[in-house]
Design a protein around this ligand. Sequence first.
Ligand SMILES: [Zn+2]
Length: 339
Amino acid sequence: MIPDRNRENWLAPKQLAQRIQRRRFLGLTSCLLASIHSTHLWARDDKEASTVRLGLIADLHQDLVPDAAERLDTFLEHSSQHQPHALIQLGDFATPIAKNKTVIDRFNAVDMPKFHVIGNHDTDGGLKIAQVVDNWGMKNRFYAEMVQGLKLIVLDGNDKPKDHRGGYPAHIAEDQLEWLSGELQHAGPMLILSHQPLAGPAAVDNATAVQKLLSAASDRILLAINGHTHIDEFLEVGGVHYWHVNSASYHWVGSKYQHESLPKELHAKYPAMINTCPYRDALFAFLEIDLARGHLTLTGRQSAWLGPSPSDLGLANNPQVTPEIRGREQELRHKISKY
Ligand SMILES: [Zn+2]
């Protein structure tokens, strides 16, 4: 768990391949929520042409976590195996300050499309959203992109509501809702990406208004994906599936449950970590959508608590609080068949 600064140079593809072979693979989990019956005679090329693969990582928290750079490396190594068409980081990634340049550059140096979502902690220390946009190389704080025939709509959940009284806002303001409404007129399949959830625990404060817009386009929205909560959750609201992608790094338990799970010198250097239950290994996920067959597969990753678990500390057992991103499969034929 000790950060290794010698590894901060970007590895050439050959070196990456060698390291992947050496690395112990964690069990990839997958469970069947719904099955579809379709021909098994799909030619590989046909399937490849209709398939979109995305790599996702959430809440790395480079500013708090000792080995965030190593966790990002692990994600990038696995990405080279899964060969996604794009990578997405879902926010609370790394504030745009000089000491985070290596980590930010390493993600941005990957030779495929990369998309950023802005988290509430990415402006910590008095930084501005515009600084994050510039430093990370984003085209806007909220934007849309096409990847292999799939439209990605990226939101910024850090808007301040009119009656904001302090603390981190979690809100999609009127101008952004208007923009979203226009983007949702798209006739083909779409994914919605945000840091703060749009449904379920810790959803934006105007989640009902956002959900109303999304539900009106639910025949084309394959999934709404968020970070922020550091939990593993999948729910359906108004015909839209919402997926909370667990953090790459830890679950926050707060000051009431402070404890040490790392060597003392690391806790001294990274003081926020006593409020967390770290995951032993980096968590991340790969999403594969077969647009022709109408099938979505989430490949997750299972790890373990590095120290005591939240329930060991006296927190109530909660299946969402787990050092794991569960694998899932979802039938989408009813959403995709008409395109
Ligand atoms: Zn957050």
